[in-house]
Unconditional design. Sequence first.
Lengths: 255, 245
Amino acid sequence: MIEVKELQKSFGDAHVLKGITTSFSKGKTNLIIGQSGSGKTVFLKCLLGLFEYEGGSIAYDGKIFSKLSEDNKRDLRAEIGMVFQGSALFDSMTIAENVMFPLRMFTKQSKSEMNDRVDFVLNRVNLADAHHKMPNEASGGMQKRVAIARAIVNNPKYLFCDEPNSGLDPKTAIVIDNLIQEITDEYQITTVINSHDMNSVMEIGEKIVFLKNGFKEWEGSKDTIFKTDNEAVTDFVYSSNLFKKVRKMYLDENN
Amino acid sequence: MQYLHNIGSYFLMLAEMFRKPTKWSVMKQLILKDIDDLIIGSLGIVSFISFFVGGVVTIQTALNVDNPLIPKYLVGFATRQSIVLEFAPTFMSIIMAGKVGSFITSSIGTMRVTEQIDALEVMGINSINYLVFPKFIALMLYPFVISIAMFLGILGGMAACVYGGFSSLEDYIVGIQTDFIPFHITYAFIKTIVFAFLLATIPSFHGYYMKGGALEVGKASTTAFVWTSVFIILLNYLLTQMLLS
């Protein structure tokens, strides 16, 4: 579980995060949504420890990140898996080497043990035959799946995904969403996804945090988001006619 | 103010380069890869340039020193001094700032743009140690490249001298042996090691701390080349003043 209390972050005069308090539960897909410029990426980078924040705290299963020693921070980071928006695969390595990278860095496993684990996770993301391909030979969807495989290969306790569906066709996007949800449930990982894909919100949003102008405007789930009368949320989530109709149908059915 | 900030960041990067070392089994492979990219990969261009510039230095010397009172072996002597003292260590390093420096800046800069450096940081890896330290160690073999440049420069001079008909082979060989001071080789290699350090760290700094996209990677490569060249020339002056005067 990740608990965030009164998180504050500024860049010069720009106050980007203005006291965000929320929590992300284990074994659930937690989504952070909001318009561009709402502070989602900064929030995610604070959670990852890539940005230092001025106020508040972030606790990973009770361990407050800012109070940890450098060694303990490094140990904690070894428990984090991250799927970047552009996949961030190491382009000088093959797909198998990319997936094996965290194992080589943080474990003392033998070569055959590492190969077995890589085979297992590549199978898990349906890429059993992609071992020897270079990242630039893989499609966008394949690259995302490799990034997921690399993120989970070392059995992380926390999985972060930054816009995992960006640049993907709707069908592949659903495959990626479902894969993340299955893995979250299967390995009981605390998963936090930064997204503005409304399909993801409706499909896998077990917890949704809506940010607006650096504040937490609303939080709920894919079920409660249909019922909310928060104007900022409805303006954002139901901005397309399709989703307006879906919401109307849902409300008509449930009234 | 920005210059002071950059100088501070550069020295912090140097300190960080030696902290939290990457696992040796991984580092070993990174060093070998960088030796291949930076040292072995440069041998072709270094050999080509050294041989022909050595030839040109000899021809220019021979054409400009045509007084019958000046002995013929002076052509070999002047070529050796030019190549060993300045051409091989200094001007070859400027060329390497373009070749190796641009490669380092663009490869690290591209990793920054495509979030690969963020991926390393998220995993708890000291990305500066992971990326810069292997290049620093690989470039400690740079004196090997400069030795080849010296040898081929003098060989190119000999070929131009003999086949161009400027003096005999015997005169050239006497010339390159005349008044040989072993400390000049030491001086050249001291400079080479200092320049190798600059070649590894200044382009890495510009790649690592760049911001923006693909266009900025190109700009960072150019900036890295300019600053590496400037510091090579400045330190060349200072080292020459300290070691030879």
